[in-house]
Design a binder for this molecule. Structure first.
Ligand SMILES: *Cc1c(COP(=O)(O)O)cnc(C)c1O
Ligand code: SF4
Length: 350
């Protein structure tokens, strides 16, 4: 094994001191159910002496994953029902997902697509890629294409450049967006050349970078993110609100500031989806709203993400507050506006 090989089994995690041998049997059962991978960059970030390490909690298998609750679902956000051809999910008229790969460099223990992602599956190529691109080209209402997976940044620069070139030839597509965790989990992959290969000529290019804890912003991760920004991509954030990882005001504030300091505009903070075996990460919507409300109280407007729930079953994403306004539903009634100290102020009906 070289220093660049991800740790893909419980044995490998034990050998690196990231799992104590006594937990091997229990965690082998987890690894038999859900994919495991920890990159060297992430392994180096974990403090094995800290049982509550927020990086370990995101990536090291936990026996709690063997508990599946009745309300948890294999396809929590209902992708399947909206897939017209393999590799495309078209739920909203103006934008579609293009799922280029099933694999990721790491497997997050809370992943909403954990029943779909994993090593070994073929990437979207050949006739399947042709069919997916033909679908996108046949629908003039598709204004934006979102490349996801799995993690599309595990593709080679040559493959990425090929997809980019083919998207460039579809006139009604004006915007492209990549969703990735690679800049933080395997930053060396994002070379300046790679950052340029991701540009789709003639289109506005956005990249949503997934990170959940301020410690993920290592010097190497910051440099990778800078290469993407310098190549002309607009950078957005994507995070999941996770119990034991970032569900407190200090951590969430530091995370949002880290994004902004690295030229990444906070975009979505996801409420955790009902993925199987993830109940130990979930908090209530009311707890989430209280946390997001406290961000509004003391952080720059640049640091404010939108708190999002993907409605289970496939009805789509909605912002879930918090709300600072009440009483305006009644015609003719005064609204009450709550300031950052919790004081209510009235606002006239018209
Ligand atoms: C999340 C998602 C999108 C992107 O939604 P935005 O609100 O534009 O970020 C698009 N299509 C599908 C199917 C999705 O699940
Ligand atoms: S990188 Fe994304 S798709 Fe891959 S395991 Fe993590 S959350 Fe799931």
């Amino acid at each position: 094994m070289t220093a660049h090989t991800p740790l893909r089994s419980i044995d490998a995690l034990v050998a690196q001191g990231l799992v104590v041998p006594a937990r091997r049997a229990a965690l082998d059962a987890v690894a038999g159910r859900y994919a495991v991978s920890v990159t060297p960059a992430i392994a180096a970030l974990i403090d094995p002496s800290d049982a509550a390490d927020p990086i370990a909690r995101q990536f090291i298998p936990d026996a709690a994953e063997l508990l599946t609750l009745p309300q948890e679902m294999a396809d929590p956000i209902g992708d399947e029902a909206h897939s017209p051809v393999e590799g495309v999910v078209h739920r909203y008229p103006d934008r579609a997902l293009l799922k280029l790969v099933h694999a990721c460099p790491v497997y997050c223990r809370f992943c909403f697509r954990r029943e779909m992602v994993g090593p070994g599956g073929a990437s979207l190529a050949g006739e399947k890629l042709d069919a997916a691109l033909a679908y996108l080209a046949s629908r003039p209402e598709i204004w934006e294409v979102i490349m996801t997976g799995g993690d599309p940044f595990i593709l080679s620069g040559r493959r990425v450049r090929d997809v980019a070139k083919r998207l460039a030839a579809i006139p009604h597509i004006k915007v492209t967006r990549w969703h990735t965790r690679v800049p933080v989990v395997d930053p060396e992959r994002v070379t300046a050349d790679y950052a340029r290969a991701l540009r789709v000529p003639g289109k506005a290019s956005y990249i949503a970078i997934h990170a959940n804890h301020p410690r993920e912003f290592t010097p190497a991760a910051r440099a990778a993110i800078a290469r993407l920004a310098d190549a002309g991509h607009v950078l957005l954030s994507q995070s999941v609100l996770l119990k034991g990882v970032n569900a407190d005001v200090e951590t969430l504030s530091a995370l949002m500031r880290a994004f902004v300091e690295n030229r990444v505009k906070p975009y979505y903070l996801h409420h955790p989806d009902l993925a199987p075996g993830t109940s130990h990460f979930r908090l209530s919507l009311a707890e989430g709203q209280a946390l997001v409300k406290s961000l509004r109280g003391h952080l720059s407007g640049l640091c404010q993400p939108t708190y999002i729930l993907d409605i289970p079953g496939g009805a789509g994403k909605i912002p879930v507050g918090p709300s600072f306004l009440s009483g305006c539903e009644t015609p003719g009634a005064e609204a009450r506006a709550e300031d950052r100290f919790g004081t209510q102020h009235s606002y006239p009906p018209v």
